[in-house]
Design a protein around this ligand. Structure first.
Ligand SMILES: Nc1ncnc2c1ncn2[C@@H]1O[C@H](COP(=O)(O)OP(=O)(O)OP(=O)(O)O)[C@@H](O)[C@H]1O
Ligand SMILES: [Mg+2]
Length: 371
């Protein structure tokens, strides 16, 4: 897929901006705080309907403005589509070819992107919630039904937790009501587990090869940490395990007023030769682990959609040595659109510079540089 152009209105430090992209390599160069990442963020928001870095949605609206708007022309399987995103303090809307899409989940997954940023290390270092969000965003891009089911699951979970909080003890419990809620929750949970098992398998089939290419050593794998204690997806086994867990934990759940089992407790562990990379790996190993995962995703997306995803590289070359850079460049396919930000063109390999579009970003003004 190719993003031909994007326009921004009141987005971060941009009042108005329109950029045409090359279908291959695009480089955004500029000093710090000029608005390079903001452009990548705009592309991310146009695809995912949420920022990868804003704490709250409205952060992306330009200061002192009431709304922001993004428009992009995307080419997917030789079909051109106009995507539009609008956000104000009380409304979020998206449309494709001027037709509003009521459900955000029907919009996401049409236009696939993979972003590499220096903050990606959080995926290893931060709490399990960050890793679950990663799974949700990536699986959601591959399968929008996943996002629908996840929404259903979260609503049921909220209702169930509220009920558990309300019930003083087992005696006053409306068993039938809780059972109905629990059964529905289990049904949604099974689908979420299935998609997570599948996605982690797809990553595991690829990451070790990529990692050893970058680092020339060690074995990288991802362990799906759930409290089911099963190695692979098995719908009826999961159903039984969850039913038992809910039965055995009922008193505890009422006491704590919360649901103790389910995919909302999931985590993933990155393992280097059986050791958790979080506590065992060096900075370089952690960075290479993240790179391997993202590069593996490119292949996963390509296999699924028959199209290369759009790849956004936010200032990642400054932190990598030449060998790692070269290895990454190997994976940047000729028919892939890539948008790279940098403060220094010297960090970008000659190979990438040839035929690339170079844009100078300065205080919210973007100009194409003619070589
Ligand atoms: N909502 C907003 N309204 C106006 N300006 C904003 C808003 N949010 C961020 N900014 C401004 O955007 C600029 C940062 O832009 P961005 O993160 O794109 O910089 P960058 O070019 O990627 O810099 P670096 O090289 O340091 O990563 C800052 O000057 C910041 O003050
Ligand atoms: Mg930046």
């Amino acid at each position: 897929m190719v993003l031909d152009n994007i326009s921004l209105i009141n987005f971060r430090n941009y009042s108005k901006l329109n950029i045409n992209f090359s279908k291959n390599i695009n480089i955004l160069i500029g000093d710090n705080a000029q608005g390079k990442t903001n452009i990548l963020e705009a592309i991310y928001v146009l695809a995912i309907t949420k920022s990868h870095r804003a704490m709250i949605d409205s952060n992306i609206i330009k200061e002192n403005e009431q709304f922001c708007k993004l428009k992009g022309k995307v080419n997917i399987n030789n079909l051109s589509r106009n995507l539009e995103f609008f956000l104000s303090n009380n409304e979020k809307k998206v449309s494709i070819n001027n037709k509003q899409i009521k459900k955000l989940t029907d919009y996401i997954s049409k236009f696939n992107i993979i972003i590499f940023t220096p903050d990606d290390l959080d995926l290893i270092k931060s709490s399990p919630g960050v890793r679950r969000k990663f799974l949700n965003v990536e699986i959601g891009q591959l399968d929008n039904n996943y996002l629908n089911i996840l929404n259903d699951y979260n609503k049921l979970l909220k209702t169930r937790n509220e009920y558990l909080k309300r019930v003083p003890n087992k005696k006053t419990l409306n068993e039938k009501y809780l059972e109905v809620l629990t059964d529905k929750l289990i049904e949604k949970a099974i689908y979420i587990y299935q998609k997570r098992f599948e996605f982690i398998d797809l990553l595991n089939e690829r990451i070790n090869l990529i990692y050893s290419d970058i680092m020339n050593q060690d074995n990288l794998s991802i362990k799906y940490s759930n409290n089911l204690n099963i190695k692979e997806f098995d719908s009826s086994a999961i159903k039984q395990i969850l039913k038992n867990k809910f039965k055995n934990n009922l008193s505890k759940e009422i006491l704590l007023g919360t649901t103790l089992n389910g995919p909302h407790k999931d985590d993933i562990i990155f393992k280097l030769n059986e050791n958790d990379i979080k506590t065992y790996g060096s900075q370089g190993q952690q960075r290479s682990c993240i790179l391997s995962i993202k590069l593996a995703e490119i292949d996963i997306f390509k296999n699924k959609t028959n199209e290369m995803p759009l790849v956004l590289l936010d200032d990642i070359f400054s932190e990598l040595d030449d060998t790692k850079k070269n290895n990454i460049i190997k994976y940047i396919n000729k028919d892939m659109q890539v948008i790279i930000t940098t403060t220094d063109l010297n960090q970008i390999n000659e190979e990438l510079l040839i035929n690339s579009y170079i844009y100078k970003v300065q205080n919210g003004i973007v100009e194409r540089q003619v070589k």
